[in-house]
Design a protein around this ligand. Structure first.
Ligand SMILES: NC(=O)c1ccc[n+]([C@@H]2O[C@H](COP(=O)([O-])OP(=O)(O)OC[C@H]3O[C@@H](n4cnc5c(N)ncnc54)[C@H](OP(=O)(O)O)[C@@H]3O)[C@@H](O)[C@H]2O)c1
Length: 272
């Protein structure tokens, strides 16, 4: 039994390995990284580190040798067509190396209908299904971190939280919660050929967020809508499903997800 995590020096990969260490001996975990010098802490913990770059097929074929379960953490490359090639490389290498089960961090509630040519996650899922490998698709929600670009500290300073008009609702979760759920899936049976929607079980909205900002500020922070605000995030948010919810993540975590207030704290400046 061996579990290989790609992107193991990334934020999500590191948190998943931290969780796995609480469940299985370190000798069962393999960290697959493209910069081995960033992974020395894993060696100290008894975790085997293997070099694997999604762009170098030979490197990942070697890295995946003898692996039972492989978690492909989606590439952070900014060009989706490059990401699709990289993911396809990983899937082909996993197949060639005889990996027993491939798990993939996809994106929650992909829009139905014809696949848009740039929808890297749905296209990657398709490559996985066609590969014949046993799979588990982990459709991760948007990270709650996106609140970092909403101007929360400015809202606290001015007492006005201004957002673009719309009935926005968010099924977001923290990486930490995704890591807890993912480690549970990796270390328990019954997940072969399953697709999970790892989202919050209930969406939050901007009124809820402004109430939390008021509480943190110790003064009213009023929510206002303004169609003239310039923020790239709203165009992005309008293209994804942030509304649909699922109980999957809480079921695997075995406890409630992190409350919104705790999830946004890392993005709030300390009170002066
Ligand atoms: N759900 C969301 O809201 C959301 C938001 C942002 C991103 N994502 C996706 O979720 C993934 C994980 O998130 P994260 O926060 O952990 O991102 P991250 O910290 O940027 O980690 C990405 C990992 O992928 C590795 N990687 C990139 N290119 C690679 C290559 N060619 N070969 C091998 N490894 C490669 C990186 O290696 P290095 O450590 O060497 O850089 C890093 O370890 C991201 O990569 C992205 O696809 C999801």
């Amino acid at each position: 039994m061996s579990i290989l995590i790609t992107g193991a020096t990334g934020k999500l990969g590191s948190l998943i390995i931290e969780q796995l260490l609480q469940k299985v001996p370190s000798s069962q975990i393999i960290a697959c990284v493209r910069h081995t010098e960033k992974a020395e802490h894993y060696i100290k913990l008894g975790i085997e580190v293997r070099f694997g770059d999604y762009d170098q097929l030979e490197s990942i074929e070697m890295a995946f040798s003898g692996i039972t379960q492989l978690l492909l953490i989606s590439s952070s490359h900014t060009d989706d067509s490059v990401r699709l090639v990289q993911h396809s490389n990983v899937i082909a290498a996993a197949k060639k190396a005889g990996v027993k089960q491939l798990l993939y961090t996809s994106f929650a509630f992909p829009r139905q209908g014809p696949i848009p040519t740039n929808h890297v996650h749905r296209l990657t899922e398709q490559v996985i299904f066609e590969s014949g490998l046993d799979y588990t698709i982990l459709r991760n929600a948007l990270y709650t971190d996106f609140v970092g670009v909403l101007g929360l500290n400015e809202a606290i300073d001015s007492g006005k939280f201004i957002t673009y008009p719309g009935n926005w609702q968010f099924n977001t979760v923290t990486r930490q919660d995704l890591a807890i759920g993912t480690a549970q899936i990796l270390t328990t049976s019954g997940h072969v050929n399953q697709i999970y929607e790892l989202t919050a079980p209930r969406p939050w909205d901007f009124s809820e967020l402004s109430a939390i900002l008021s509480e943190l500020a110790g003064k009213p922070v009023v929510h206002r809508e303004d169609s003239s605000i310039q923020n790239w995030i709203y165009a992005f948010l309008s293209k994804i499903d942030t509304v649909s919810t699922s109980e999957d993540l809480e079921r695997f975590m075995g406890c409630p997800i992190t409350p919104l207030k705790d999830s946004i704290l890392p993005f709030i400046n300390p009170v002066k």
